[in-house]
Design a protein around this ligand. Structure first.
Ligand code: A2P
Length: 374
């Protein structure tokens, strides 16, 4: 695989820093462009960013200068792959400009997740939805397009749900979350509010989780999505945990399943190693996206967070549910699998599917405006 240049929009933020950490030494991608707000443009990354990860800020990134956040300003230096981690209102404004300028915009933002022609993708779950990018207007004009990854809780949840949906069908789902403070970015929730406490509200989170699960497990046609026909109810809570979202799940299946059948469905779930996707070898994909942990007191954020390099969902405590059929507890790394790692995995599958082959489209230094009005 030839190494491709990539850019990061929102590079100084909590997820932007994870992008930089996870892309360091990535075999397929090479960071050549960084941008954040106008406040940061012109500063070096080290000057503009308060690095908060537990690995050192790479020296070559520290000295890179943050660019203005428009495609025009970058001209021919604009990489054709942009990872975006800006807040939704800013994403709404900026991401379409980059797609119009011919970039593949791989977004972690919620701004376009539910748009009818934008795929919301977890490669192990619904890679086929990526074909919908071909119906995006910018794709036809410039080759550019938008792809999104889901909300941090939805990603951890759909990994164990996908093999259950495929083998037994899902009729009803109830999920209650315990979400880490890192999910709120920095500085996030005030320490005086969260220490020794639980906050039973995260703005818009329950709605996002419910609708995104249905889109992810639903069907895609050439230009539209049909959500999963299931009743989904979510309750979201913020808890004083640094990293790792825990979710308690009850599920009603359309066909009866035994405990052994459910465990086998998870154990055999290796979707990137079958169904025509064999041999993809995506560098960030865990071999087993769902790992079952049989100890009574697992999964736990402190013990199970980094399974599959932070890309696997750990599931435990599978047991009968007196309301629905089965219940279980899961844990997922919210800023790796739930954010930057998810977007990078989306980029990896786009690469092997040939969606970064832009040769048929106009050169990238064409201005976004001329492409939009073309
Ligand atoms: P900056 O550091 O210059 O403010 P977080 O979610 O952790 O708060 O990060 C938000 C990211 O989005 C940061 O990189 C921030 O940059 C960036 N950002 C904020 N406002 C804008 C804007 N108007 N245009 C582009 N990026 C922005």
């Amino acid at each position: 695989m030839e190494r491709r240049n990539v850019g990061i929009l929102g590079a100084t933020g909590a997820v932007g820093q994870r992008f930089i950490q996870l892309l360091e030494n990535h075999p397929w991608f090479n960071i050549t462009w960084l941008a954040a707000s106008d406040r940061s443009a012109g500063k070096t990354y080290a000057e503009a960013c308060a690095w908060r990860l537990d690995t050192p800020l790479p020296a070559h990134i520290a000295s890179m200068v943050l660019q203005p956040n428009t495609p025009e300003a970058a001209g021919s230096n604009l990489p054709r792959i942009i990872f975006s981690s800006v807040d939704a209102p800013i994403a709404k404004e900026l991401e379409p400009l980059f797609a119009a300028a011919g970039c593949a915009v791989i977004s972690n933002s919620s701004a376009f997740r539910m748009a009818p022609d934008v795929p919301l993708v977890v490669p192990e779950v619904n890679a086929a939805h990526l074909e919908v990018i071909e119906s995006q207007p910018t794709r036809k004009r410039s080759g550019g397009y938008l792809v999104t990854n889901p909300n941090c809780c939805a990603i951890g949840l759909v990994l164990p749900l996908a093999p259950l949906a495929e083998r037994f069908g899902i009729e009803k789902l109830f999920v209650s979350t315990m979400q880490a403070v890192s999910g709120a970015g920095y500085p996030g929730v005030a320490s005086l509010d969260i220490l020794g406490n639980v906050i039973p509200y995260i703005k818009n989170e329950e709605e996002k989780l419910q609708e995104e699960v249905q889109k992810l497990l639903g069907k895609a046609t050439a230009s539209a999505f049909q959500p999963l026909d299931a009743t989904v109810s979510a309750m979201c809570n913020r808890v004083p945990v640094l990293e790792g979202h825990t979710e308690c799940v009850s599920v009603k299946l359309r066909k009866p399943a035994t405990r052994e059948e459910i465990l086998a469905a998870w154990d055999e779930f290796q979707p990137l190693h079958g169904k025509g996707l064999d041999g993809l070898h995506l560098p960030s994909a865990p071999v087993n996206p769902v790992e079952y942990e049989s100890g009574d007191t697992r999964p736990q954020p402190r013990l199970d967070l980094m399974r599959g390099n932070g890309m696997a969902t750990t599931v435990g405590r599978l047991r009968p549910c007196s309301l629905f059929d089965w219940k279980f507890t899961l844990l997922s790394h919210n800023t790796i699998r739930g954010a930057a790692g998810a977007a990078i995995l989306n980029a990896e599958i786009l690469a092997v599917l040939g969606k970064f082959d832009f040769r048929a489209f106009p050169p990238v230094n064409a201005s976004a405006e001329s492409l939009v009005s073309a």
